[in-house]
Design a protein around this ligand. Structure first.
Ligand code: F6P
Length: 545
């Protein structure tokens, strides 16, 4: 891959010059002046309609941003990504989560073997899942499994739990629980709810060395052997891991270890055997549809011109706001409870990937990189943090995501939900002028003095940028497309910022120190720590004497 500092490109310089003209850009005026704005700034792809028109851009911005992508070598980088080049150079790995959803007949020669391996591991997983669901693979005493506990953290938890929650309308009668945090209280709360006799435990850890996962798995295995039978561990515990030896040492039967690949990063692994619990919860057909949807979006990303390419346009907008408007964060607002874990999932996917300050040459970057993402479903979020988006001092570009059709026939609810969805982006754009606020106040019985006092608080600046992602219906395939869309957005941003998006060295430091502190807590030797940490640790030790 080329290592191009984006700030040295002609496009960047042009964007800087363009920004100085456009910073006073008014969305309302742009719509008035350009009747074709919405058609020029929206993309339709299958059941997706993405409306970029309520963003602080015009045709020239779009051209310059596309030029930036061209100058930064995005097309070549995409070829490297899809063809399995070692683009995760600091870990010496390819980045091929796309191969997990590529049908074998569609695989290019470069990734044929990867796709073949992925298909074989999927086939093994599907056979296992179907057998469990049919009651052919049973508990140690021949009962049908009715509960699954997924034990994993980070990518081995957030992706599966987000997909499972998204697809509640497609779930079968298997009950799923997710244990991630190394918090005994959380483990106990889950154990209270389950019957060990009919529960299957899925330990998901690429490394099989993650402290949280191994601690939880060990506690749960001990609990299980006390309640049931030591010899039943092999029937009730399975593993998803690329470290077969460690999984076997833990007590997992070799045949029940489902492989993960070196060329799939944890936070992009939900499409692999990491999706085991999800597949058990929604069935293999639905899981396949999820993969097919993701593959459709891969194709769209791979084959569409930048101009008409949803992930590319989303990424370029993030760069526009992040690097030129200096926006610090972006909000992700799904108008459905089904997607309530999407922001948390995207926090790992986006921030673990692009939270980097060294470029691909090993030099400190000289521009802002990874954006902060956060959010909650609407309309709940309207009653929580929307005040700050509407009237606060920070620019927060937001993604509004909704499904035109609801899963259940509750038109009154859905119309209200969607009315709010449409209203918010319009209100954020239009705001309320002083004159409009005044005329509202004039309809009240307040005195002139009271009105004058209230007026400044009733004004909304407006001109707040939003992108609307309107999808026909929530299905496994549309969820697959949505997640794949964000994965490619992350890739594009990383290429343009000239950083390595697929390592995560930043999470190591705290892990190492936690191990050290664990020892110090045991020995009560606090001498290696600063005064603040010593006081905190002492208080902890005292409470637990
Ligand atoms: O938090 C760092 C990380 O390596 C993530 O990238 C990964 O998803 C998570 O830990 C869990 O790792 P593993 O699957 O190896 O247990």
């Amino acid at each position: 891959m080329k290592n191009i500092n984006p700030t040295t490109t002609n496009a960047w310089k042009s964007l800087q010059a363009h920004f100085s003209h456009i910073k006073d850009f008014q969305l309302k005026k742009a719509f008035k002046d350009h009747p074709s704005r919405v058609d020029e700034l929206s993309i339709e792809f299958e059941d997706f309609y993405v409306d970029f028109s309520k963003n602080l851009i015009n045709a020239e911005t779009k051209t310059l941003l596309n030029n930036l992508a061209i100058e930064c070598g995005l097309k070549d980088a995409m070829n490297s990504y899809f063809n399995g080049a070692t683009i995760n150079a600091t870990e010496n790995r390819a980045v091929l989560h796309t191969a997990l959803r590529t049908p074998e007949h569609r695989a290019s020669n470069a990734i044929k073997q990867h796709v073949k391996d992925a298909s074989a591991s999927k086939a093994k997983m599907f056979t296992y899942v179907d057998s469990v669901l049919k009651g052919e693979i049973t508990t140690y005493n021949n009962q049908k499994f009715d509960t699954v506990v997924n034990i994993g953290i980070g990518g081995s938890d957030l992706g599966p739990v987000m997909i499972y929650e998204s697809l509640q309308a497609y779930k079968n009668d298997m009950t799923l629980h997710f244990v991630s945090n190394v918090e005994g209280d959380h483990v106990e709360e889950v154990l209270k709810k389950i019957n060990p006799e009919t529960t299957l435990f899925v330990i998901v850890s690429k490394s099989f060395g993650t402290q949280e996962t191994l601690t939880n798995a060990t506690t749960i295995r001990n609990w299980f052997t006390n309640k049931v039978n030591k010899d039943a561990v092999g029937e009730h515990f399975i593993a998803v891991s690329s470290n077969v030896d460690r999984a076997v040492n833990f007590g997992i039967q070799q045949k029940n270890i489902f492989p993960m690949f070196d060329w799939v990063g944890g936070r992009f692994s939900l499409w692999s055997t990491v999706g085991m619990s999800v597949a058990l919860g929604i069935g293999t057909q639905n899981f396949q549809s999820l993969l097919d949807g993701a593959h459709d979006m891969d194709q769209h990303f791979k084959n569409s011109d930048f101009d008409q390419n949803i992930p590319v346009q989303l990424a370029l907008l993030t760069i526009w706001y992040n690097n030129f408007f200096k926006a610090q964060s972006e909000a992700i607002i799904p108008y459905t409870q089904y997607l309530h874990r999407l922001p948390a999932y995207l926090q790992q996917a986006i921030m673990e990937s692009n939270g980097k300050s060294v470029d691909r040459n090993g030099e400190p970057v000289n521009c802002e990189t990874g954006n902060i993402v956060w959010g909650e479903p609407g309309t709940n979020s309207q009653h929580a943090f929307f005040q700050l988006i509407h009237q606060g001092t920070k620019l927060i570009p937001a993604h509004f995501i909704a499904f035109a059709k609801a899963k259940y026939h509750q038109p009154e609810h859905h119309n209200k939900l969607m009315a709010n969805f449409f209203a918010q982006t319009e209100a954020l754009m239009n705001g309320k002028t002083k004159a409009e606020a005044q005329s509202d106040l004039d309809t009240t019985t307040k005195t002139e003095a009271e009105k004058a006092q209230l007026l400044p608080f009733k004004v909304f600046e407006g001109n707040k940028p939003t992108t609307t992602i309107l999808i026909d219906e929530l299905t496994p395939a549309s969820i697959g497309k949505l997640v794949s869309m964000y994965e490619h957005k992350i890739f594009v941003e990383g290429i343009i910022w000239n950083i390595y998006s697929y390592d995560q060295w930043g999470v190591e430091l705290g892990k190492v120190l936690a191990d050290q502190i664990l020892e110090d807590l045991k020995t009560q030797n606090l001498s290696n720590h600063d005064a603040s940490t010593v006081k905190l640790m002492s208080r902890f030790i005292k409470q637990n004497e």
